[in-house]
Design a protein around this ligand. Structure first.
Ligand SMILES: Cc1ncc(COP(=O)(O)O)c(C=O)c1O
Length: 436
């Protein structure tokens, strides 16, 4: 790697003594109280007061009728996807997924946990390209996808980095095609969205909705997740599936396949201690985003965008994207990268290397799912239609692919809510020096 510490551009800048994280847990003390209480009262299991309380408080916060506490966001997404599959195509045999033989439209720039459950259920993910306004699923590309695959009845939509996608447009398109929505609000717990003039929370915008309490999220249980719904029937089904699908019998009796996906009462104790601080964390993350935006304004970069009229993100991660003409040459293989250091320009990998040397954690933009080796043969749809094989050796074409462009030019910046303004100033200075 380039010797940043010997590089004149970085003269006088000191590495952080303690690592500055992308987004790490922030404990407040009450977590310990609820964990201790669970242990003292011997509710060290997947039942207990902490679970009941976090379900109640989360449903109240989000404004839905039922919340089912699960072991992680991924398990919530799996059961949400399975519920949708069963609703659409009926109950599957125990050794088969509910989506076998069916395509599902999916967000493309997201963490793979959003869309892996489609494969768990034997479905085929069709990735829908991203738009530049919110870095989420493009409504135009979704329209195109329904032209290509009119039979599709399920769409998995994630809100990247806590920024709500264009849900009103996406929902209108899904409604017009009679398609259900699995909403992945794992990164956006606490984000608000104006739907038909009414402010609502993300996590209430789909037919099946999920959040995560992973250690890096806006609040955490160390792990954990929830399924959110207004349907008592769906909530009961998810609770049953998550506890090995036991039937009402004195012995272990099973009529459908089960999972061990329920949240532990210990984890729920941590979540219970965190919930009162959700709004505080959001305010801290918002201030971080604003500071980056203001102080990077003189550089050829922009922050991750959001719709100021119709959304209030939770600002989980602050990200930036470098203007095309300020990009130094950078290439990425499957596991490695190369770039040039060019005066007046920079690139994500150079900035990430510099951050690492100065003991701060950044991250590349989530690599789009259609570019992942595991999903390389799945369909991908852009605003222009089929996004696969759309360049031509003999004719100059556009090869438009918004997700890969954001991946190429963007990066996630240190966004820890415990970062002080002084620490953030040093990060901002470091980014400036990358462009010297
Ligand atoms: C968009 C998205 N979906 C799903 C998940 C999975 O959540 P969990 O880690 O709680 O399983 C994550 C993060 O971990 C995520 O960022």
């Amino acid at each position: 790697m380039h010797d940043f510490l010997a590089d004149k551009r970085f003269e006088g800048l000191k590495p952080f003594e303690n690592k500055l994280w992308l987004s790490s847990p922030t404990m407040h003390g009450e977590e310990q109280k609820w964990v201790d209480e669970a242990i003292r009262t011997n509710w060290v299991s997947t039942v207990g007061a902490n679970i009941n309380e976090v379900e109640k408080q989360t449903a109240e916060y989000v404004g839905c009728k039922y919340a089912v506490a699960l072991s992680c966001g991924t398990s919530a997404l799996h059961l949400a996807t399975k519920l949708a599959g069963e609703k659409l195509y009926g109950q599957a045999k125990p050794d088969q997924g509910t989506l076998a033989g069916h395509k599902v439209f999916c967000s493309d720039v997201t963490f793979d946990a959003s869309i892996n459950p489609v494969a768990y259920e034997d479905g085929e993910a069709v990735f829908i390209d991203t738009e530049y306004d919110t870095w989420n699923m493009s409504p135009q590309a979704l329209e195109k996808a329904f032209e290509l695959y009119p039979e599709v009845k399920l769409v998995v939509i994630a809100h990247l980095y806590g920024t709500p996608g264009k849900m009103e447009e996406l929902k209108t398109i899904c409604d017009a095609h009679g398609a259900l929505i699995v909403e992945d609000a794992a990164e956006s717990f606490g984000s608000k969205y104006k739907l038909h003039g009414q402010w609502v929370e993300t996590g209430t915008l789909g037919n099946y909705n999920c959040i995560s309490f992973n250690g890096n999220k806006i609040i955490t249980g160390s792990s954990g997740g929830m399924f959110l719904t207004d349907s008592e029937e769906d909530a009961n089904k998810v609770r049953k599936w998550s506890t090995q699908s036991r039937e009402a019998a004195p012995w272990y009796q099973h009529e459908e396949i089960g999972y061990n996906y329920r949240m532990s009462n210990i984890i729920a104790g941590i979540v219970r201690g965190q919930l009162p601080y959700l709004d505080e964390h959001i305010a801290q993350k918002h201030a971080i985003w604003e500071r980056y935006e203001k102080e990077l304004a003189d550089l050829p970069v922009r922050m991750n965008p959001w719709d100021r009229e119709n959304s209030e993100p939770n600002f989980w991660l602050s990200c930036m994207i470098i203007d095309e003409d300020a990009m130094a040459k950078m290439v990425r293989g499957e596991q490695d990268y190369l770039y040039q250091s060019v005066s007046g320009k920079s690139c994500p990998q150079e900035i990430l290397d510099a951050l690492a040397v100065f003991n701060a954690e950044g991250r590349p933009i989530w690599k789009p799912m259609h570019m992942q080796p595991i999903y390389r043969t799945n369909p991908f749809v852009t605003v222009e239609g089929n996004g696969r094989g759309c360049t031509n050796a003999y004719i100059a074409g556009s090869g438009l692919d918004v997700g890969s462009d954001i991946f190429h030019r963007g990066l996630c910046l240190p966004s820890d809510n415990k970062m002080t303004p002084e620490q953030q100033e040093r990060i901002i200075e470091l980014i400036h020096r990358c462009f010297y």
